[in-house]
Design a binder for this molecule. Structure first.
Ligand SMILES: NC(=O)C1=CN([C@@H]2O[C@H](COP(=O)(O)OP(=O)(O)OC[C@H]3O[C@@H](n4cnc5c(N)ncnc54)[C@H](OP(=O)(O)O)[C@@H]3O)[C@@H](O)[C@H]2O)C=CC1
Ligand SMILES: CC(=O)N[C@@H](CCC(=O)OP(=O)(O)O)C(=O)O
Length: 344
């Protein structure tokens, strides 16, 4: 397989390189840039010395069409223009940004505050939540990799919504992310002295992942309702935890929820149901493509607390993108993704 990575020098791009480098089906990886053409990649990132001593390439349409797969890990608003002309020209396109995730164009405009991609391209894209959309991913030329928070939240709540075990109204999803979720651009939000030893809340009720989660709840869970979704920045590099609070449907027990999660994901290699909460946390999945789930019912309130953890750069971005490539090309779904989590 011949792979091109656009936005290779960003955090998602670097993680794609790390994972694809070990992939048994990948032979060639070329790196593309919008700003640093000719820069020797290992001069920019010396941890890649002897591994990627090649120059960054200009983004050139005639060259891009020669690849089997093009990954783009670029800010919102880039692939909406870059990808549509590449459709039907050969490469499978895997987009890590939000440009093709929302089926309703007005949602994209309202939440991303940018012009949406052409509707024809959005209609051709498959939402890349691998565990829930493998059939469409297998046939798609363009895969819209999910956002990091939606990946964690949806994997935990979709089985429970689908089986009508939790009440869809009044869902509260409380989410926390490590700083790498914001990418490598410098900003006051991720300034060390303001992030370290701080816990902050941001984009309250305005996060662009709200419509993405609600859309997937409807498509895959068959349940439609507005959610309350809050995001917090935590002083760690990687990791996301989402905690969802949901009222139980009458007669449903904790055992029912656990059995459902176990059954749903029993043949899926990257989703684990963890019953012992003792060490449950982002470190259990750090550097890996796992998503760990835990659910506990509070019998006093009849409410379930549903917890999910992922590494935002792996299952939340590059790992899931590689998993989608594996599904798309009928490779072993685990190819390139068998890293043991870095717990200590
Ligand atoms: N970080 C995370 O945990 C996650 C990120 N995402 C999404 O993935 C995408 C990438 O995120 P991340 O890697 O963190 O971001 P970064 O800011 O770290 O990297 C983005 C890269 O995009 C390239 N770029 C910038 N502008 C353009 C342009 N106009 N045309 C082409 N390339 C451009 C830049 O490289 P160069 O200057 O060399 O072109 C830059 O290094 C974003 O849309 C983000 O929202 C999704 C899930 C998780
Ligand atoms: C910590 C942090 O800032 N995280 C980012 C996640 C970015 C992301 O995944 O956004 P896309 O929808 O563009 O892919 C955020 O909350 O916006």
């Amino acid at each position: 397989m011949k792979i091109g990575i656009i936005g290779a020098s960003g955090y998602g791009g670097l993680e794609l390189i790390r994972l694809l480098h070990e992939h048994p089906e990948v032979g060639q990886i070329d790196l593309f840039t919008s700003s640093e053409e000719g820069t020797i990649f290992s001069n920019k990132y010396p941890h890649l010395t002897d591994l990627y001593d090649q120059p960054l390439n200009e983004i050139d349409f005639d060259r891009l069409v020669t690849y089997d797969v093009i990954f783009a890990s670029t800010p919102a608003g880039v692939t909406s223009k870059l990808f549509p002309p590449l459709l039907d020209r050969g490469p499978t396109l895997i987009d890590l940004s939000g440009d093709f995730r929302l089926k309703d164009l007005s949602d994209y405009e309202a939440w991303y505050k940018k012009a949406p991609a052409p509707i024809e391209a959005i209609e051709k894209s498959a939402y890349g939540l691998t565990e829930w959309n493998a059939k469409s991913i297998r046939e798609a030329q363009l895969i819209a990799n999910p956002g990091c928070y939606p990946t964690a939240a949806l994997l935990s709540i979709l089985p429970l919504l689908k089986e009508r075990q939790i009440d869809v109204s009044h869902l509260v999803i409380d989410a926390k992310s490590g700083v790498s979720g914001a990418g490598n651009a410098l900003s006051p939000m991720t300034h060390f002295s303001e992030t370290n030893e701080n816990l902050s809340i941001y984009k309250i009720h305005q996060h662009q992942h709200i419509p993405e989660i609600e859309q997937a709840m409807e498509i895959f869970g068959g349940m439609k309702s507005p959610i309350t979704f809050t995001t917090h920045l935590t002083p760690m590099t990687r990791g996301i935890m989402t905690t969802t609070y949901a009222m139980l449907v009458d007669g449903i027990t904790e055992v029912d929820l656990i059995c459902n999660l176990r059954e749903t994901y029993q043949h899926m290699p990257f989703v684990r149901v963890i019953e012992d909460i003792a060490k449950f946390g982002t470190k259990q999945v750090y550097g890996s493509n796992y998503c760990d789930l835990h659910v506990k019912v509070d019998e006093r309130t009849n409410r379930a607390t549903i917890v999910s953890v992922i590494d935002n750069l792996v299952k939340g971005a590059a790992g899931q993108a590689v998993q989608n490539m594996n599904v798309r090309f009928n490779f072993d779904e685990k190819a390139g993704l068998e890293q043991v989590p870095l717990f200590i």
